[in-house]
Design a protein around this ligand. Structure first.
Ligand code: GLU
Length: 305
């Protein structure tokens, strides 16, 4: 039987809050119940947002919560070569193009198109407008010239072509459960439009880095918040195009703040270090996120490999 491999993969963009605690504790509990392994990955691939002091704070918070993980910890910023290799593979399939539009230019192009068609511009599941079809149809020589002239750009996936190449996609969703088979969820990556794969200060965007790393590290079970449920469609697409295995997915409920909205790092909401300083214990944190006392090893069966 294969041993399940779990992972907690925070981005060091701010202090961890109760939502992260739920993710980390669920991963650790599931690893314990199944006799599985668990690793920690620092998703600091976006150089404009990640900060080392937040990484240190993450390690402190996990120590305090009593969450053990395998070392060495993988830090995405140290593995640009792995992401470049995956990008090359997608480019060789003719699926990658350079995108030059700034936010302002994107907004202007969309306003123009909405005025012309009288219809609202399509948005992705997170509510962001899809990338307009301007750079994808730009002649390659022109794109080369712009890049050579130093125009900042990102690399994007030609979604329509990628979806045609990959064919129908689905993922296995187990929610809080451990025993398969889970529910088969049809994946709709096209809803995201031409997603960014890499940027000027970013050797890989989240979607690319996460699928490359989950495969390299042998993750069998991805336990993370429901805010990433629909993004899983993009992950299944990239896994298929890159010939990577599909883990099983467990998307868990989100912890909401007093205003009923999902906690966010930027608002400093319910930060774990603030709770600790205010005298909370790890057992209090478990209660606050609605988890019972930890279950001893071997009480649950991990289900089929
Ligand atoms: N790094 C992501 C975050 O902190 C989580 C990625 C994942 O679990 O797939 O939101």
């Amino acid at each position: 039987m294969t041993v399940p491999v779990f992972r907690f993969a925070p981005s060091p963009n701010g202090p961890l809050h109760l939502g992260h605690a739920l993710s980390a504790l669920l991963n650790a509990d599931m690893a314990r119940r199944t006799g599985g392994r668990m690793f920690l990955r620092i998703e600091d691939v976006d150089g404009t947002r990640a900060r080392p002091e937040y990484e240190r704070a993450i390690l402190d918070d996990l120590d305090w919560l009593g969450i053990a993980y395998e070392t060495p910890v993988r830090r995405q910023s140290e593995h640009a070569d792995d992401y470049a290799a995956a990008l090359d593979r997608l480019a060789a399939l003719g699926l990658v193009y350079r995108s030059f539009l700034s936010r302002t230019e994107i907004a202007a192009a969309i306003r123009l198109e909405e005025a012309r068609s009288g219809r609202p511009w399509p948005r992705d599941p997170d509510g962001a407008p899809l990338y307009p079809d301007i750079d994808r149809v730009r002649p390659p020589a022109e794109a080369e010239a712009l890049a050579a002239a130093g125009r900042p750009h990102a690399l994007r996936l030609d979604m329509a072509k990628a979806v045609r190449l990959a064919g129908p996609l689905a993922w296995e969703e187990l929610g809080d459960g451990l025993d398969g088979p889970g529910e088969t969820i049809e994946a709709d990556p096209a809803a995201w439009g031409d997603v960014v794969l890499a940027g000027k200060f970013m050797p890989a965007a989240y979607h690319l880095a996460v699928v490359v790393d989950d495969a390299l590290q042998g993750a069998t079970d991805v336990v993370r918040g429901r805010d990433l449920y629909f993004a899983t469609a993009v992950h299944r697409l990239l896994q298929t195009l890159l010939g990577l295995p599909a883990p099983r997915y467990h998307h868990h409920r989100l912890i909401v703040g007093p205003d009923g909205r999902k906690l966010s790092k930027s608002k400093g909401a319910a930060g774990l270090s603030a709770l600790r300083e205010a005298g909370a214990t790890p057992a209090d944190v478990r209660r606050m996120v609605g988890l019972a006392e930890p279950v001893a090893a071997g009480q649950y069966s991990p289900g089929p490999p």
